[in-house]
Design a protein around this ligand. Structure first.
Ligand code: BMP
Length: 215
């Protein structure tokens, strides 16, 4: 059954914790990105980890040494996984994976961004990036819900790697199409955290995922 990742891109730590508490029974992971960490500090990773496993979406894309330091900080604070950009290459992915494995953590790799700009450069290499992530032993791929046909292609390469798909809702992607195309998890941000009732919204999405599974 496909899972749900909440992209908690709010810029207020208290609000983040409040939402995390409310939706904990409907989400599989909380994804933390720069807006939240830069506004409330890295301690938020630890705090949110008490509600749901945290994916540290730091889109790591630096030289291997610097990248491994960033990954270490995330795992030290209790993250279960980090997200890297695949375009930084095999040496960086290996360095981050080494750190992740020493914490029993996971590494997910961006193939092509879900935004229109993802087609300009990244798409030309996204299948090679997926092959690289797989050959190195990473655990997941980020593939765009805004282009379900790309999820299908990347799924063919992914094998055991989990596919996480952002871009449903505000960016125009559709939950059902993403899951039917091969997404193992959908990543949802604004639709949930900007809702007047985030708990109800997370429940609604979870129900859609359950129904898709029962079909
Ligand atoms: P929203 O549902 O509000 O559009 O949020 C999507 C989340 O997924 C954001 O945190 C964004 O940074 C992330 N994301 C994305 O939208 N597209 C990608 O290709 C990769 C991402 O990590």
């Amino acid at each position: 059954m496909a899972g749900l990742v909440l992209a908690l891109d709010v810029m207020d730590g208290e609000k983040a914790v409040e939402i995390a508490e409310k939706v904990a029974c409907y989400v599989d992971y909380i994804k933390v990105n720069y807006p939240l960490v830069l506004s409330s500090g890295i301690g938020i990773v630890e705090e949110l980890s008490t509600h749901s496993p945290v994916i540290a979406d730091f889109k790591i894309a630096d030289i291997p040494y610097t990248s491994s330091l960033v990954a270490k900080i995330a795992f030290e604070r209790g993250a279960k996984a980090v997200i890297c950009h695949g375009f930084a290459g095999s040496d960086m992915l290996k360095a981050v994976l080494d750190v992740a494995l020493s914490y029993d953590g996971e590494v997910y790799v961006v193939t092509e961004l879900s935004s229109p700009g993802g087609e300009e450069y990244l798409q030309k290499f996204s299948e090679s990036i997926a092959m690289l992530a797989k050959s190195i032993g990473c655990h997941g791929l980020i593939a765009p819900a805004t282009r379900p046909e790309r999820i299908k292609e990347l799924k063919k390469i992914a094998g055991e790697l989990k596919i996480f798909s952002p871009g449903v809702g505000v960016q125009g992607g559709d939950i059902r199409r993403a899951v039917e195309s091969g997404a193992d998890y959908i990543i949802v941000g604004r639709v949930i955290y900007n809702s007047s009732d985030p708990e109800q919204e997370a429940y609604r999405i979870r129900k859609i995922l359950d129904e898709l599974h029962e079909r």
